[in-house]
Design a protein around this ligand. Structure first.
Ligand code: CA
Length: 378
């Protein structure tokens, strides 16, 4: 929804100039940089397109970890092996992980975005749905231009303003980008990826990446398991989980390391131990599916195998209306979902688990068509 429908783009540009000036930007420079900036209708179209229903995690992982993505990544590790070795020494972040971010964000630099970043950010800020966020990012983009790291023509990105090999938003660029080849410019946009890959490594180091441990690993649950242990953000020592008969599949972790258990597709899918490094990956993009894709691609690039446990591929995702209907019926039956918006969140997950427990089902919080039919039919 447009908060103020009679605001024109020109009026908004002028009003934002006052804010930019307050933030320390020279008004003449602002007018100069914004002079050619225009609304990109393509950007608004992209912003309005919402998926009909969220796809299952395995569909996302299939796309993110195609054979091509893995093959290309292994070639990049060879091509840039000296750079990756240097980055591992300087930032404590391994080659596989940096390459995995590179692969997922821009297909190893092949898809860096070719839209003018000022246009995209100004369009989204003017549109108003998330004005404060995009005004802050636009200010960041203007500051990047003022700093002289890139020419106005070179300030290109994807439709929502993510730029270069690592798809950094301007705020991330200002906080983390580095001039690793020491030519005086922090260049994340050009063909040559040295600064961009170092900037990804710096981002992770600054976000708390612990070089001594991995992101986690796949594990196997016993047949009899205390499911109340699953849905907690609390990390417990590996030794605790081993005492619960949770077993390693391939890679093992030290017994004293704190991990939490993660089952992204319920008890029929793969299970994982996650260290605090998994949350560092999520600081780049807060999605669990994204973080698992990056983590797993990193392992695959370093020679690791596919997950041992298959995904429950027969279990299609519920549509938004189906999920809203499930929420309504759960609430009617005393399992409070706190709203029926058709979006799966922690309240719905908790309601589903309680329902499953009361019905004698495995309380993993994973929604299937069978569960949906059980709730609305019962
Ligand atoms: Ca540089």
């Amino acid at each position: 929804m447009q908060p103020d429908a009679d605001l024109t783009f020109e009026t908004w540009v002028q009003a934002f100039g006052a804010k930019a000036q307050l933030a320390g930007l020279d008004l003449g420079l602002y007018a100069q940089m914004m002079s050619g900036v225009k609304v990109q209708t393509l950007v608004l179209k992209k912003d309005r397109t919402q998926p009909e229903f969220s796809s299952r995690i395995w569909s996302y992982l299939d796309r993110a970890l195609s054979d091509q993505r893995i093959d290309d990544g292994r070639k990049m590790l060879v091509l840039y092996q000296d750079l990756f070795a240097k980055l591992a020494r300087d930032y404590g972040v391994g080659a596989g992980l940096i390459a995995a971010f590179w692969g997922i964000e821009s297909a190893y630099g092949q898809v860096r975005g070719s839209l003018p970043v000022l246009d995209c950010l100004a369009t989204l800020a003017f549109d108003g749905r998330r004005r404060a966020f995009f005004e802050a990012e636009l200010l960041g983009a203007l500051q990047i231009l003022v700093a002289g790291d890139v020419s106005p023509q070179g300030l290109m990105g994807s439709w929502a303003g993510a730029m270069g090999h690592g798809q950094f938003m301007p705020s991330a660029y200002l906080a983390h980008a580095v001039d690793y080849d020491q030519d005086g410019k922090r260049d994340i946009w050009g063909d040559e990826p040295t600064d961009a890959l170092a900037s990804i490594a710096a981002y992770l180091q600054n976000s708390g990446w612990d070089a001594a441990v991995s992101w986690g690993c796949e594990v196997r649950l016993p047949n009899v398991f205390d499911w109340s242990l699953l849905h907690s953000d609390q990390r417990r020592p590996v030794a605790f989980w081993c005492a619960q008969r949770v077993g390693f599949v391939a890679q093992e972790l030290p017994l004293s390391l704190n991990v939490r258990l993660h089952l992204p597709a319920g008890h029929q899918g793969p299970a994982f131990f996650l260290t605090q490094n998994f949350d560092v990956i999520k600081s780049y993009n807060a999605s669990d599916a994204y973080a698992l894709a990056v983590a797993h691609l990193a392992d695959r690039l370093m020679g690791g195998g596919a997950f041992a446990q298959e995904w429950p591929r027969h279990a299609r995702a519920l549509t938004t209306p189906e999920l809203a209907c499930l929420q309504k019926n759960l609430t009617l039956r005393g399992y409070e979902t706190k709203g029926a918006d058709g979006k799966f969140g922690p309240n719905t997950a908790a309601a589903v688990r309680q329902y499953q427990a009361d019905m004698g089902l495995t309380p993993d919080g994973f929604v299937t068509i069978a569960l949906f039919e059980s709730v609305i039919g019962g």
